[in-house]
Design a protein around this ligand. Structure first.
Ligand SMILES: NC(=O)c1ccc[n+]([C@@H]2O[C@H](COP(=O)([O-])OP(=O)(O)OC[C@H]3O[C@@H](n4cnc5c(N)ncnc54)[C@H](O)[C@@H]3O)[C@@H](O)[C@H]2O)c1
Length: 360
């Protein structure tokens, strides 16, 4: 616990128990007019010179205040209602709460380098996993798809101290080769790969599956499935000490989910690809697993018509009676990247509040 004895920080207490719910307060070094900034704890907050009165920030204390139900969603949280962490910080940097939360679960990725594919914005599953990996001590190389995504993705990526941003369109073999050449020069060895990438043309994710086009089928499988094989082939020579590859799938791979259409077929192929890759790469001590996440409102998910119904049905029927939080997918990614999961390969691990076990 903190640090009232730390004279160079101003501690900002929550004003009341109501105000403390789902909020975080920041104490800025050298900040003279204490304020409380509220934000959802799965979110992030940006410090700015307007908040700091223009003074230079070197460090910031984050006080997390979480009501009991909220904490129940984050079993990895070990501390009490009010706790603080000291993190390095400069004016304008983004402070992540998910990362702070997962820090308490694993701390064993220090000295390891992970490559995360698929950060589009702060709602991306790739971003939640990246935050968890960062909190667990990993060096991070994070990729985004193209110039159109560059600004938003880079702002996020560079807000994680030490993380580096790289552009890579996984439908392009030359870009994959170029990326891994850069990663080899920059990091030498790699230990974990997170493949959180999928795409199908929007018109394939509405209407009848029987109308799937040849081109839509090809594109969905190329970007969402083949790319995992291509990335593993390029990464394996750099994973000299073995390691872990993680990809993202969904229940629509095995049961019919209206409108998921060709993406369901692609996810089935992806899960099968995970098993074949696990067999091939096992001899190099590289594990390959998929996380099957329940529905989460992200950019990709918004492309599926009927997402609202999907979320509602999951929350009603899942044993835990709610939808999964992206931070829970993030912490499972950290588990799969770490040696805590050293005996697991070729698996599809469900992080869906139990929805998949229900028969009715
Ligand atoms: N959101 C959900 O409900 C959900 C549930 C289960 C699984 N998933 C899977 O999680 C993964 C991540 O999706 P998300 O929900 O975080 O959405 P997202 O839109 O944030 O992420 C998808 C990413 O794929 C990237 N991408 C698409 N085409 C690419 C290409 N050619 N080259 C490089 N990158 C490319 C996008 O730029 C984006 O960063 C996907 O595989 C998705 O199918 C999502």
């Amino acid at each position: 616990m903190v640090s009232s004895e730390r004279k160079n920080f101003i501690e900002i207490p929550a004003t009341s128990s109501t105000a403390a719910r789902n909020t975080a307060s920041f104490a800025f070094e050298g900040f003279v007019n204490p304020q409380i900034f509220r934000t959802n704890c799965s979110d992030a907050a940006r410090t700015s010179s307007s908040v700091t009165g223009g003074s230079k920030l070197n460090r910031v204390l984050i006080f997390l205040h979480m009501p009991t139900p909220r904490r129940a969603h984050y079993p990895c949280l070990k501390y009490n209602d009010s706790a603080a962490r000291e993190v390095p910080c400069e004016a304008g940097s983004l402070i992540s709460f998910c990362g702070q939360e997962t820090r308490y679960m694993f701390d064993d990725l220090k000295g390891k380098t992970a490559v995360v594919f698929g950060v589009a914005n702060k709602r991306s599953i790739a971003w939640a996993i990246a935050q968890g990996l960062h909190a667990a001590g990993a060096n991070l190389a994070i990729t985004y798809q193209n110039e159109r995504m560059e600004q938003e993705a880079k702002d996020l990526i560079l807000s994680l101290p030490g993380a580096e941003a790289f552009m890579c369109d996984v439908s392009n073999d030359a870009e994959i080769a170029g990326l891994f050449e850069k990663l080899k020069q920059r990091y030498g060895k790699l230990h974990a790969i997170v493949h959180s990438v999928a795409f199908a043309p929007a018109e394939e994710l509405k209407g009848d599956f029987v109308n799937t086009t040849r081109e839509g089928f090809r594109v969905a499988h190329d970007i969402s499935v083949y790319s995992l094989i291509a990335v593993c082939r390029a990464a394996a020579p750099l994973m000299e000490d073995g390691g872990s590859v993680i990809t993202m799938t969904y229940y629509g791979a095995e049961k019919v989910v209206p409108h998921y259409n060709v993406m369901g077929v692609a996810k089935a192929a992806l899960e099968c690809t995970v098993r074949y890759l696990a067999q091939d790469l096992g001899r190099k001590k590289i594990r390959v697993n998929a996380i099957s996440a329940g529905p989460i409102k992200t950019l990709a998910a918004r492309g599926i018509s009927g997402l609202g119904d999907m979320l509602k049905s999951h929350a009603e029927r899942a044993p835990l009676q709610r939808n999964v939080e992206v931070a829970e997918v993030g912490s499972t990614g950290v588990f799969l990247a770490s040696d805590a999961s050293s005996g697991i390969t070729g698996e599809t691990i469900y992080v869906d509040c139990g929805y998949n076990i229900m028969g009715f």
